[in-house]
Ligand binder design. Structure first.
Ligand code: ZN
Length: 261
């Protein structure tokens, strides 16, 4: 079977039993029309063969309206549960660990910030406003991401510079990235890593850095590329699975860390 190619992506709306349902329509080189619900993104995807007409696609959705409406009802409930208000008991991730948020009201601005107490992430704040608390958390995440990812990059670059051709010339950028964990730009000799990788454990962070370092030697995802990656990060499949299964869903749920994601 050849590579699956997406020819066109469209945001569409269909009326099912009086309800307007949004979905993302993807035309691909596939044989059959399929529907996919991505709970963590709260999105309905419809994948259609490239030559299918809108009439044919809408007919299919009408025929499967029971399942679609059921999912919409469930996913709306889920979304409600996941709203972040920065109050006690909300779940957060840092370096692959789960923490429960605990708000600690302090008197002085100098005492504001984040500390840890067993499984609790303690947010010390002088004010109750949601946006104010969000900013304290965002600042903390951003600083720790900058520090840890830089350290790991330096460590791995030094360790593998003799094994991966060209890698020693590369420098690091850490910034907000929407759809990727990392990026390798051979023209500017830079590797860019997303802030949001800080939610994942060190092993996952290292995997993304190694993946991008391997691109210094091999541009595409060819066999040669995977032989490099497999040699330097033998458990890369497990790392990739963890990022997709545990970290990505969390990122889709939090709207709070504005400049991080
Ligand atoms: Zn890659």
């Amino acid at each position: 079977m050849g590579k699956i190619i997406t020819y066109k992506t469209e945001e569409k709306i269909i009326n099912l039993d009086g309800k307007s349902i949004k979905y993302t329509l993807l035309f691909k080189n596939v044989k059959n029309l399929t529907c996919r619900f991505k709970n963590y993104e709260n999105k309905l995807y419809v994948i259609a063969p490239a030559n299918y007409s809108y009439t044919k696609i809408e007919k299919f959705l009408q025929e499967h309206k029971r399942a679609i409406l059921n999912w919409v009802e469930k996913s709306n409930q889920q979304k409600f549960n996941l709203t972040r208000d920065f109050v006690d008991g909300e779940k957060y991730l840092l370096l692959g660990q789960e923490y429960l948020l605990k708000i600690n009201k302090v008197d002085k601005k100098q005492e504001e910030g984040i500390s840890f107490d067993a499984n609790y992430l303690v947010l010390k704040t002088t004010k109750d406003e949601k946006e104010y608390k969000r900013k304290i958390l965002e600042k903390y995440y951003k600083n720790i991401a900058q520090r840890i990812i830089s350290e790991e990059f330096q460590k791995l670059k030094n360790k593998y510079s003799g094994k991966i051709p060209n890698s020693s010339e590369y420098s690091l950028f850490i910034r907000k990235m929407k759809t990727k964990w990392g990026l390798n730009n051979s023209k500017t000799r830079t590797i860019t890593i997303g802030f949001h990788l800080i939610f994942a454990c060190i092993e996952d962070i290292d995997y993304v850095i190694i993946h991008e370092l391997c691109h210094c030697a091999v541009r595409d995802h060819s066999k040669l590329f995977y032989s490099y990656q497999g040699m330097l990060c033998p458990d890369y499949q497990e790392r990739k699975r963890d990022l997709n299964k545990n970290i990505h869903p969390f990122i889709c749920q939090i709207e709070m860390l504005g400049s991080l994601i």
